[in-house]
Design a protein. Structure first.
Length: 259
């Protein structure tokens, strides 16, 4: 029961993480205009991964997508790629995890196959979470660098050169979503251990003799002097003893009979 609960909880937490990553990627508030020096303004700007928006004091909002790809910074494109890879891996992990749930029976699928699928989905969730956290952190580092550069320009008298941007709500959503996907993947990997059958964990190895079984017969052992010859062993094929007469002599005498 604990394995099933861990697997289901990992699936739910990972689902929230993947959903949060999709939401963070689609949001337009990755960076928002810093209003520290000018809290009352007629125009408020914020930017996302796919478009930049301007909201006026009247409530009218206008968004303009980025019509270029090569014109964007390399780190910006890297953030896009990381988020997309994390979303794709997360969705694939969810599909694999649905079929790997222990409470769902599909045909005659064994527990070993479910354990392998659970481990695969857990690894996918972990990689997806790391991609989301890395992408958000890289974008946050870009914001910090640009913020302090803009602050330096303001102190040097170039106040109207560019606006300063700070962290938007999409960054925090991305961090939380990446963390949830990471935790869900770890839970799925822990549930994989409980799905492995006990008999497959410790497999006994049997050794069989390659040769034929030799049976030894027990009985009395006849000790000989070693110099006695077996008369039967001297008889070969085609050897026949000469016939003997009534007095014991051979029918065909040899030269030894007359000695």
């Amino acid at each position: 029961m604990s394995t099933t609960i861990c697997q289901v909880m990992g699936f739910l937490v990972s689902s929230l993480g993947v959903g949060g990553s999709i939401m963070a990627t689609a949001m337009d508030t990755w960076s928002t205009q810093d209003l520290y020096d000018n809290p009352v303004t007629a125009v408020f700007q914020y930017q996302g991964l796919w478009r930049s928006c301007v909201r006026q004091s009247s409530g009218f909002t206008e968004c303009r997508p980025y019509f270029t790809i090569l014109g964007l910074p390399a780190m910006f494109q890297a953030v896009r790629a990381l988020m997309i890879v994390g979303i794709v891996l997360g969705i694939l992990g969810l599909l694999v995890c649905i079929f790997a749930l222990k409470c769902i029976r599909i045909g005659s699928m064994e527990d070993t196959a479910k354990a392998n699928m659970t481990l695969t989905s857990g690894i996918m969730f972990i990689v997806a979470g790391l991609c989301a956290i890395t992408g958000v952190s890289v974008f946050a580092n870009m914001l910090v660098t640009n913020f302090w550069m803009s602050t330096t320009n303001m102190y040097q008298g170039m106040q109207n050169v560019q606006n300063r941007y700070t962290f938007g709500s999409a960054l925090f959503v991305g961090w939380v979503a990446g963390g949830l996907a990471l935790v869900g993947g770890i839970m799925m990997c822990l549930a994989c251990k409980g799905l492995i059958p006990e008999e497959s964990r410790y497999k006994a190895v049997s050794y069989n003799a390659s040769g034929r079984n030799i049976s030894y017969r027990t009985g009395p052992y006849k000790v000989g002097s070693g110099y006695e010859a077996d008369p039967k062993s001297r008889k070969g094929v085609g050897y026949e003893e000469a016939p003997r007469s009534e007095d014991g002599r051979r029918a065909y005498p040899s030269k030894y009979d007359y000695v």
